[in-house]
Write a protein that binds this ligand. Structure first.
Ligand code: SAH
Ligand code: DHB
Ligand code: MG
Length: 221
């Protein structure tokens, strides 16, 4: 019942605020044909990411967890001319599909896909002096979120946004019965956001085609 209603309302909202988009749909079809998991952000979440990037005038974006480049397409499109995005992906099959999809979206020169575990790529980026990034989107393995936050803080600057997907996970974040490594990672991540005086954070609970979840949004002060 709830899921049906969420889907119906999602369709209503998408007609208005995330209308059909041939490039995004081709990218999803490509990912499906390659057998990738269908765990990209929902269209309304993609449009939220793009809105946040535009609202702060982001020129540089870092994403942790590329999959097939769906959220990277929303974010890459929201950058001004000369803007740059780096997205990190551990699975070479995912990275290959993402590169193809980003090229189709005309973003091959804007979005760089870096292959490898994020905890190997992030220190390299920092050592190379990459960043600062205006918006950092965390959406890879959930047990890694606390460490990704530490790197995000190092690679951000005052005014940057740190956004994270999947912080509610069907309510399990607040369910003491749920205690796998992913949920523990999300809880430690949220605790670290809350305890950090450099950050102002809010969390939006979301429903829609991807079920019940949430997105945290933190401003670096
Ligand atoms: N942001 C994407 C969805 C990402 S799904 C979108 O909305 O379109 C999560 C991705 O993180 C998967 O592709 C998975 O392979 C990748 N991932 C998992 N562990 C990782 C790690 N340690 N380093 C980098 N990427 C990782
Ligand atoms: C999973 C990962 C995600 O980033 C997501 O949005 C949904 C599911 C997963 O690993 O199951
Ligand atoms: Mg996600």
């Amino acid at each position: 019942m709830a899921q049906d209603t969420w889907n119906q309302v999602d369709g209503y909202l998408r007609e208005r605020f995330a209308p059909p988009d041939a490039v995004l749909e081709a990218g999803l079809a490509e990912a499906q044909a390659a057998g990738l998991p269908e765990i990209e952000v929902a269209p309304m979440a993609g449009s939220l990411l793009a809105l946040l990037a535009r609202a702060i005038g982001a020129r540089t974006v870092l994403e942790i967890g590329t999959l097939a480049g769906y959220s990277a397409t929303w974010l890459g499109r929201s950058l001004p001319p000369g803007g740059r995005m780096i997205t990190l992906e551990a699975d070479p099959r995912h990275a290959a599909v993402a590169r193809k999809n980003l090229a189709r979206a005309g973003l091959a020169e804007v979005v760089q896909v870096i292959e490898g575990p994020a905890l190997e790529s992030l220190p390299r980026l920092a050592a190379e002096g990459a960043g600062p990034f205006d918006l950092i989107f965390i959406d890879a393995n959930k047990d890694g979120y606390p460490a990704y936050l530490e790197w995000a803080l190092r690679l951000a600057q005052p005014g940057s946004l740190i956004v994270a997907d999947n912080v509610v996970r069907d309510g399990s974040v607040a369910d003491p019965q749920q205690d796998d490594a992913g949920i523990q990672g999300i809880r430690r991540f949220l605790d670290a956001l809350a305890a950090n005086p450099r950050l102002q954070t809010s969390v939006v609970q979301t429903v829609g085609p991807k079920g019940y979840d949430g997105i945290s949004i933190s401003l670096v002060r």
